[in-house]
Every structure is written in structure tokens, then in C-alpha cells.
Design a protein around this ligand. Structure first.
Ligand code: NIG
Ligand code: FE
Length: 425
């Protein structure tokens, strides 16, 4: 008999997304579907997944245990969003409107807008202001079914403000039910003060800021924007070598607009993930397919920038790349906290199957943060991070657009969203 303090009984469909994780090729089509599935947890950890008969045989509810009726609902692991730029201040709706009128993202950047607008606003924000912005965005993520998220710095671009962003991420992690994985991305851009002195900025990053981030234990990952006019392949390699020496795990914003070979570099350097990859080459796909490096695809970006070109997801899945999905939540190129919307875009624009997209937003997304032992699937021993959706079957999640069918969210065995409303924070 397993003791349980929380159980959900008879979900119309329960998708476990069970491992082995990571999932490649046709394994991505298996969502571990249980009809009339039941799940139970004790102290935040899953102790049972199975049918009702086995539940009554194997599970003993504690006296004050909570049983939720899952009839009519579909249960999935909480979404894992492995790429966000959460701690930013200000917004860019005016620049967005310029893009609607025909200016490109690159043209705005050349006029000193774009990322720089957000850097200015973020530098001006106090810790308290930034924290409060993060907490309300995390609420929005939670209410749309995300229970674990990554968050990057990269709008400070100096020691004081990069550390401020990372401190705020740490505080947000402590204050909010969502588990946050922190990434130092001082190499998101070259700050305008250093435009003609990139090498000096790289020294500042690696010699001064990086050791401080490490000493204060403010980030687990290091990320670089490897792109024309930002950091070249050689510069990216140099930066990640320093970051690895300092004990960081590596992510790379790679081959977003220009096929520089960031995907190959990520695979060669043992990066945990390469992200964006709209312009990945055939050679990049091959290298990634043979490596344990995950490809985080961000279909929100092509959509938001109104570009037809998308990452070649089908080719990547077929060749055996570990494909994950994320929002890239940021004010310039993907202003959404909703992983459900990303899942829908993955199906509509990247031509991923619904099952592939679900696995990419849960199991493989957890792998892309090295958190696959804790989250990303509903399996015994993992965290009870479960979202109950008010849909009769899982394809409905992609089929019914423009609504948020989240009914209940359970994080770490605790009900944090009930009937679509946040209970905590
Ligand atoms: O991940 N690619 C680089 N940076 C962000 C966009 C940042 C911004 O526009 O503020 C991204 O898409
Ligand atoms: Fe990004």
C-alpha cells in the first residue's frame, strides 16, 4: 500500500509522457496515454499512476487527503518552459506597431531600438519593480499551465544590472510556486557603451561578472547570442570556455537568423541546448542528431516577427534531434507566457504532430534544463506537477484556439490554480 495525500481519479485522459527521456524520432509520438487514468502523490512526489482498480488496491489515502474528480478532464505534466527572458522592464508595443507598419526587427535595432529599449528600461527598474513584474508574469505562466521555467538575464549588460536581474530571478523562485532555472546571459548583446570595444566587454563578462554570478550562486546556465553583429562563432567559443571553466552549463542562442554554425558548436562543446535554430543547416542537424544536445525551438519568434521562415522541425525530428519547445517570452520577439499557444504554433507552423509537440513541451523540455529526473513526465518518484485541462481529449488542446482551458494546476503536490484561478502568491 502507498500512502497518498492527493489523488486525481478517472481523468478522461491522462498523458504521462513517460520516459525514457530524452525522446527522439518516433518515441516523440508516445504520450503515455491512459484512458480513465488515476494519479496519486504523497508530500509532493508521485507515488502512483494507473487505473482505478489498481488505485483502490495500491493506494491508501491519508485522513485529510484530497481527492479530485478528473471526469471530463485531461491531465498532462505541467509544461516546462526552457527558454524565457523573464526579468525585463518596460514594453515595446510602439515598436511592435512600427513592425506592423513594415519596419523589420533588424531595422529597428539599427536605429538603437529593439533590445536597447528594454536594456534602458531594465537598468532603470529597482529590484522591487522588477520582482513585481516577474511575479505577475509567473502568475500568467502558471495559469496557462507552466510549472517549471527557465529565466535569463541579459537586459542589464553591465555588472550591476545583470546581477540585479539574477537576484530578482532568485527571489521570484523563492516567492512563486513555479520552479525557476536561472541562466546568466550577459552575452545577449554587446552594450552600446562597448560597441567598438567588444573584447573589453567580453573581458568584463568573463573576468568580473561571471565569478560574481558564481560566488553568489545566481545561475546554473550560461547563454550567448551567437549571431552576426553580436558574438561570432569564435567569440562564442571563447565565452563558453570561460563559462565552463567557472562551472556553468551551456546554452547557445544559435543560428537564429544567420547560419553561422552555432548548432555544430553547441554539439561539439557539449552544450545542454542550442536554441532558436531557424537558420540551422543540414550539417548542424546532423551534428545535433548525433549529440545529447537538445534543440529548443521557439515558433513564437517566427510568428511574432511575421517571418515565413521557421526552424525545420520535421527534418530535425526525422533525423533524430532531441526537439524541445519554449516560449522565448520577451518583449521584442515573442511576447507570450503561454506554452499552450507555443504548442499550437508548433503544430500549425512547424508541422509537428500533437503528440510530438506535447512531448517537446514537457519531457524533452525538462531534459533541455537537465531536470528530467524531477519534472516533465508523470512517473513515480517525480514531482507531482500536473495540469488538469477542461478538454475531453488531448487533441482538443490544439484544436480549440484562443481560449485557456486550464482548470486546475497542481505544483509539487499542492493545488495552486483551482477552477482557473490562482490560489497562492
Ligand atoms: O531570444 N535572440 C535574441 N534575443 C531575444 C530577443 C530580445 C529582444 O528583442 O528583446 C530572443 O529572441
Ligand atoms: Fe531568447
Amino acid at each position: 500500500m502507498n500512502r497518498a495525500d492527493l489523488a486525481v481519479l478517472n481523468c478522461n485522459q491522462l498523458l504521462t509522457c513517460q520516459g525514457p527521456i530524452p525522446k527522439r524520432k518516433t518515441a516523440l509520438q508516445d504520450v503515455g496515454l491512459l484512458e480513465n487514468g488515476c494519479i496519486a502523490a504523497f508530500k509532493g512526489e508521485i507515488v502512483f499512476v494507473g487505473d482505478e482498480e489498481a488505485f483502490h488496491r495500491d493506494v491508501q489515502m491519508s485522513d485529510d487527503g484530497i481527492c479530485i474528480d478528473g471526469q471530463g478532464l485531461t491531465g498532462l505534466p505541467g509544461f516546462v518552459d526552457p527558454h524565457t527572458h523573464l526579468p525585463f522592464a518596460g514594453s515595446r508595443e510602439h515598436e511592435f506597431n512600427l513592425r506592423v507598419k513594415g519596419y523589420t526587427y533588424q531595422q529597428l535595432a539599427q536605429q538603437g531600438l529593439g533590445i536597447q529599449t528594454t536594456v534602458n528600461a531594465t537598468r532603470q527598474a529597482s529590484d522591487e519593480e522588477l520582482l513585481s513584474l516577474c511575479l505577475s508574469r509567473l502568475d500568467s505562466m502558471l495559469i496557462h499551465g507552466t510549472t517549471t521555467a527557465e529565466a535569463k538575464s541579459g537586459y542589464g549588460l553591465n555588472k550591476k544590472d545583470e546581477l540585479k536581474q539574477l537576484r530578482v530571478i532568485k527571489k521570484a523562485n523563492a516567492a512563486h510556486p513555479i520552479d525557476i532555472v536561472s541562466t546568466f546571459m550577459g552575452a545577449h548583446e554587446v552594450p552600446k557603451e562597448y560597441k567598438d570595444r567588444k573584447a573589453e566587454y567580453m573581458d568584463l563578462l568573463t573576468q568580473e561578472i561571471l565569478p560574481e554570478v558564481k560566488n553568489q550562486n545566481l545561475a546554473e546556465f550560461f547563454d550567448v547570442f551567437c549571431e552576426e553583429e553580436v558574438y561570432s562563432i569564435e567569440e562564442t567559443r571563447e565565452l563558453i570556455h570561460e563559462a565552463k571553466k567557472a562551472g556553468f552549463k551551456i546554452k547557445i542562442h544559435a543560428d537564429e537568423f544567420t547560419p553561422l554554425g552555432g548548432a555544430q558548436l553547441a554539439a561539439e562543446e557539449g552544450a545542454i541546448s542550442a536554441e532558436h535554430l531557424i537558420a540551422i543547416t543540414e550539417e548542424g542537424i546532423e551534428k545535433m542528431a548525433q549529440s545529447p544536445t537538445a534543440a529548443i525551438l521557439l515558433p513564437g519568434v517566427s510568428f511574432f516577427l511575421m517571418e515565413h521562415k521557421t526552424a525545420p522541425a520535421r527534418r530535425m525530428v526525422e533525423q533524430g534531434v532531441i526537439v524541445a519547445l519554449a516560449t522565448d517570452f520577451n518583449p521584442g520577439s515573442s511576447m507570450t507566457e503561454s506554452m499552450l499557444f507555443i504548442l499550437q504554433l508548433a503544430v500549425f507552423t512547424l508541422k509537428m504532430g500533437i503528440e510530438e509537440a506535447i512531448n517537446a513541451a514537457t519531457a524533452n523540455a525538462s531534459y533541455a534544463l537537465e531536470k528530467q529526473e524531477q519534472v516533465g513526465s508523470l512517473e513515480i518518484g517525480k514531482k507531482m506537477d500536473l495540469v488538469l485541462w477542461d478538454v475531453p481529449t488531448y487533441p482538443y488542446l490544439v484544436y480549440h484556439l484562443g481560449v485557456n482551458p486550464v482548470k486546475h494546476v497542481i505544483k509539487n503536490g499542492r493545488i495552486v490554480v483551482e477552477d482557473g484561478r490562482i490560489l497562492t502568491t
